[in-house]
Design a protein around this ligand. Structure first.
Ligand code: AMP
Ligand code: ZN
Ligand code: FE
Ligand code: FE
Length: 272
């Protein structure tokens, strides 16, 4: 079977609904050769037992993480870090993100309660220990409480960037994010660049030392992907692809709906 590596998916350690083992089993079921679990701001999925389970299933597991960085203090830019070693420095960097999220979630809850949509902090952190809690978890509670009918409504009206209850929290820059990934021996990729609307960022993109672009993404049309494949080729960047599978919170996406070919995988992770 053709080699396919899905290098972008989320587990229950962030806002996905499958456990890391569940993702590996699903990867096997859909015929993938390899996956990278790119949870938001954490490497917690990568235990020794997970690597052992991957070996047993015959799936290659590559370390990965998706950091939320800010451009000029407000536009949120997602940065994928591949092949990072779990050093003390990167764990500290992840912790900084977790603290950033804690403050940011608190600000979002404050904004919501001003609009008479109260959610107690305890309620938000009832989820399993070690989970990186973000806006999808807030959206889920808003649905449960009947404040909105769907999670997308919560984002479109309240939680999305630029909406009334949005808060960005303390700033972590793109530069320091790429530096942290490089210091841990990893490669930094600009995630789903197709959605970036900030023209100034797109213009100054080449001033950031990204190793590659996530050219192939979820269910985007080849036409949209082509723009980024061409830019990567022009600028000598690596290329990656993945589904951004989350399970229940993004039911239209399935694991393996976008992927990276063997040649590109070898450029990122070395020859397997
Ligand atoms: P956060 O990490 O807290 O900034 O939340 C980002 C996550 O929220 C993304 O990875 C998506 O899973 C989800 N998300 C972002 N925008 C939307 C949207 N408009 N509708 C539903 N989910 C969204
Ligand atoms: Zn997510
Ligand atoms: Fe993302
Ligand atoms: Fe993602």
């Amino acid at each position: 079977m053709e080699y396919r590596a899905d290098l972008h998916c989320h587990s229950t350690f962030s806002d996905g609904s499958y456990s890391p083992i569940g993702l590996l089993e699903l990867a096997k079921e859909v015929g993938l050769s390899a996956i990278s679990i790119t949870d938001h701001d954490t490497l917690a999925a990568y235990s020794d037992s997970l690597f052992a389970a991957a070996r047993e299933l015959g799936i290659t597991l590559f370390t990965g993480v998706e950091f939320s960085a800010q451009y000029q203090g407000k536009t949120s830019i997602h940065v994928l870090g591949y092949n990072v070693q779990r050093t003390e420095e990167i764990e500290t960097f992840c912790l900084r993100h977790v603290n950033r999220r804690f403050e940011r979630n608190r600000a979002i809850l404050r904004n919501l309660s001003r609009l008479s949509f109260p959610i107690a902090e305890e309620e938000l952190y009832e989820i399993e220990e070690g989970t990186v809690v973000g806006r999808p978890h807030i959206a889920e509670i808003m649905v449960k409480k009947g404040y909105v009918s769907t999670s997308s409504e919560a984002f479109n009206r309240f939680l999305g960037e630029g909406q009334c209850c949005y808060a960005s929290g303390p700033v972590i820059t793109i530069e320091e994010t790429i530096r942290a990934i490089h210091q841990a021996g990893g490669k930094a990729f600009l995630a789903h660049p197709h959605f970036i609307r900030n023209k100034r960022f797109l213009h100054s993109l080449s001033s950031f030392p990204f190793d590659g672009f996530e050219c192939y993404y979820a269910l985007l049309s080849p036409d949209k992907e082509k723009t980024w494949v061409e830019r990567a080729l022009r600028e000598g960047k690596l290329m990656s692809g993945g589904s951004d599978f989350h399970g229940a919170s993004k039911p239209h996406l399935f694991l393996g709906c976008s992927w990276t070919c063997k040649e590109d995988v070898e450029k990122i992770f070395g020859v397997q």
